[in-house]
Structures are given as structure tokens and as C-alpha cells.
Design a protein around this ligand. Structure first.
Ligand code: CTP
Length: 398
């Protein structure tokens, strides 16, 4: 996901988990966000401000009274610049101050002056976290609109085992991105169904026919749609992606199962994107017991699977936005346009399997958006996340 033109003000408070905010800063920078760090004095005892400055490529704001000329305006300008104000990690002390309007340093003054959405990821000792005062402060901050990424359970720095460990950085990053992008949530109120991954067509209880799809493209679309405010259902076949957090995911195995899940989710959908690599054929019969080897060769009899995209086109063309994918090795545009017209899709995202950086398993893709009338737009090589956003923008236009 891309956070270009988004400003994340990241408050870092003084806990052992402060070093994890370095990784978060680097993730945010990779997503092209402008990251402005505010550290408390205690945080600067744990991690050097220079590390944050180097990673964020911005000066780090420290205690306000150390820069008498700058502080008067700095906390206000930081507060105004923020698209999202994140505090990672947030100590019990910070939660106490923020919940009670205490503004006695750069971080808490900025927090109070900031009207941007707030996202807080606490980390502390279990007993401090479970202390009713902390719980009350969290409740109050939530009621005032702050979102929380709650700490996980685990072994804490003090040796205790319990809740208090800073949540996973990936999870915090995804939540920051979601909040930062919420202002331009153009798909809010839309229902998007995405299929992803490979189907598995069973031969017997231990064997199946499948393909090399990693699911990355479909998962990237589902995530991008979710971040743009859509209500997303992801119908996932076999894949190698991490769990799509926050997204309603229906796991399926065969093409027949995928058909059932997609058709049922499609009923009230606005946009349906078939990114899955659905097997065109399945074994004609599935053996209940494991097929034993015998001396000679054997052959498999295959039967056609239903074409889910085609069924969607027959049912919903003109009523819902339908997007398909195609992989070709020759005559990319011509074949994809014919496929698009035959299946009743609004457009097909076509990629040439022989192009470097396109297709299965890669993090990038080189695609063309092809319409039924044969018109096409060739896109340069880009990440699957970037392509996901372009596909959704095209679909949203329709
Ligand atoms: N698709 C589907 N159901 C199938 C097969 C494919 O919904 N049984 C969808 C895919 O999800 C994809 C598009 O149709 O969106 C791909 O079309 P397809 O004709 O299968 O493409 P290729 O496999 O490239 O076709 P061919 O083998 O004819 O080249």
C-alpha cells in the first residue's frame, strides 16, 4: 500500500519496545509516508533520536522547552500536518496523561493540539496494563475517538508472561495505513468480492492437481479495497500469503467450492474481481481411497470445471462490475479482449507470462487493462500493491 502525500506523526514513549518503532518508521518510509517523530525524554534513553532521524529523514522533535524558539509553533505545526497521529509504543504514563488532558512535553502538547485520527499501541508490564487505572484510561481515550492496537500476550522484558507486549509491527503498520487513507476511502459502502490463489482438484485423499498461483495479486487487491473503505470478502484457494487481517476470508479448495463461495458472496456485491487461478479441469472421479501404484502407466480422465467468471458475466453483466484476469504467452491483447467479451467482464487484467517481473509468485506485475472492444492500456512494471490500486480505481469508475 502506498502512503505518498500522507504524514504520519509518530510519538515514541519510553518503554523497552521503543526500538520496535524504528522498524515501523522504516516500513512507513518504504510506503512513502512522510514520518515525523516525536520522542519523549524517556524514549530517548532507550533509543537514540539519531536512529529515528536517519530512518525518517526528518528532524526528531524532543522535549519542547529545549528549543525555546521553535517550540511555540512546532507542536501546533506537527499537529496540523498529521493525517494520522500514532503513539507506538505508548506507556501507561502516556495513556494517563493523554486521558486526563495533561500536556507537559512535546508529545502530549502535540497530542492535545492534534485533530487528526489517533492510533495508540500500548506496551507495558502486564500488571501495569491490567491495572484498572490503565484500563479506565484506555476506555476513556477510546470513547474520545482514539483507536487502539492492543498489546499481545507473551514473555515481557521484565520476565513476566502475560499481556503487554507491543502488537505485531505489521499489524500496527496496516492500521496506521488504514487510518491514514481513511479520508480518501472512495470505496466506503461498496461490497467487493475478490477471489485469489490456486484451486486444488483432488485425485484421491492425498493427491491433487493445482497450479503455481501464490495468491499475492488477489490478496493485494483485497487489502487495497479494505484500506479504501470497502466491505471485502476474499475467497481464497491455496496461497502463500500471510492472513488478510480484518478481511472476511472464505477458504476454499476446489473450483466447485470456489464457485459456491463466490456466487454466494456476489449476490449483494458491487464489484467482483476474479484473480484466482481456477483449474479449468478436475479429475472425472475422485477415489475415496489412495490410488495404489501398479506396474504400468495410468491415465487420468478430466472433466471441465464450471467457468465462474463466465457465470458471473451471464448473471450480472451491466449490473455489477466484473473484472477478470488472463495470462497469455502470445497475442496478449487480442486473446484477452476475446476472453473479456466471451465472459461478460467489464475488463481483464492481462499479463504476459513471458515478461520478466510478471505473473506467478513475484511481488511485481506487468499488466495491461483490456476491454471487450479490444482497447487496452499497457501499464509499466509495478508492485502488485500498486497494480491493485489501479484495478480498483478502474473498477470504481464503472
Ligand atoms: N476463471 C474462472 N473459472 C474458471 C477458469 C477461470 O472464473 N473455471 C477466471 C479466472 O479467475 C480469471 C479468468 O477466468 O479471471 C481467466 O480466464 P481463463 O479463460 O481461464 O484464462 P486462461 O486460463 O488464461 O485461459 P486459457 O486456458 O483458455 O488460455
Amino acid at each position: 500500500m502506498n502512503l505518498k502525500n500522507k504524514t504520519v506523526v509518530l510519538g515514541v514513549t519510553g518503554g523497552i519496545a521503543a526500538y520496535k518503532a524504528l522498524e515501523l518508521t522504516s516500513r512507513l518510509k518504504k510506503a512513502e509516508a512522510d514520518v515525523k517523530i516525536i520522542m519523549t525524554k524517556a524514549a530517548a534513553e532507550f533509543v537514540s533520536p539519531l536512529s529515528f532521524q536517519s530512518l525518517s529523514q526528518n528532524p526528531v522533535a524532543l522535549d519542547m522547552f529545549e528549543e525555546p524558539k521553535a517550540w511555540e509553533v512546532r507542536h501546533i505545526s506537527l499537529a496540523k500536518a498529521a493525517d494520522v497521529f500514532a503513539v507506538v509504543p505508548a506507556t501507561a504514563n502516556f495513556l494517563g496523561k493523554a486521558a486526563n488532558g495533561i500536556a507537559d512535553d512535546m508529545l502530549t502538547t502535540t497530542y492535545m493540539a492534534c485533530k487528526a485520527p489517533k492510533l495508540i499501541a500500548p506496551a507495558m508490564n502486564t500488571n501495569m496494563f491490567e491495572n484498572p487505572v490503565t484500563q479506565e484510561n484506555i476506555k476513556k481515550l477510546k470513547s474520545l475517538g482514539a483507536e487502539f492496537v492492543m498489546p499481545a500476550e507473551g514473555r515481557l522484558a521484565c520476565g513476566d508472561v502475560g499481556t503487554g507486549k507491543l502488537a505485531d509491527i505489521d499489524l500496527i503498520f496496516e492500521n496506521i495505513a488504514r487510518v491514514a487513507l481513511s479520508k480518501d476511502a472512495d470505496l466506503r459502502g461498496k461490497k467487493v468480492v475478490v477471489s485469489a490463489g490456486a484451486t486444488r482438484e483432488a485425485l484421491d485423499p492425498v493427491r491433487y492437481l493445482t497450479n503455481h498461483s501464490s495468491g499475492k495479486m488477489g490478496f493485494a487487491i483485497a487489502k487495497a479495497a479494505y484500506l479504501r473503505g470497502a466491505d471485502v470478502t476474499l475467497v481464497a484457494g491455496a496461497h502463500t500469503c500471510p492472513e488478510a487481517r480484518g478481511i472476511n476470508t472464505v477458504n476454499v479448495s476446489s473450483a466447485l467450492e470456489m464457485r459456491g463461495a463466490v456466487l454466494s458472496a456476489a449476490e449483494d456485491a458491487d464489484i467482483i474481481i476474479m484473480a484466482a487461478a481456477v483449474a479449468d479441469y478436475r479429475p472425472k472421479s475422485v477415489s475415496d481411497s489412495k490410488i495404489k501404484k501398479s506396474g504400468g502407466d495410468i491415465s487420468l480422465e478430466l472433466t471441465r470445471n464450471p467457468d465462474i467468471l463466465k457465470e458471473l458475466g451471464e448473471k450480472y453483466a451491466g449490473k455489477k462490475v466484473i473484472v477478470g484476469f488472463a495470462m497469455e504467452t502470445e497475442e496478449l491483447i487480442k486473446n484477452a479482449a476475446e476472453k473479456c467479451a466471451a465472459k461478460g467482464a467489464d475488463f481483464i487484467v492481462a499479463n504476459n507470462l513471458s515478461t520478466a517481473g510478471a505473473g506467478f509468485g513475484t511481488d511485481t506485475n506487468v499488466a495491461s487493462i483490456v476491454r471487450p472492444d479490444g482497447s487496452a492500456e499497457d501499464l509499466p512494471k509495478m508492485s502488485k500493491d500498486e497494480l491493485a490500486d489501479i484495478i480498483l480505481t478502474e473498477a470504481a469508475k464503472l
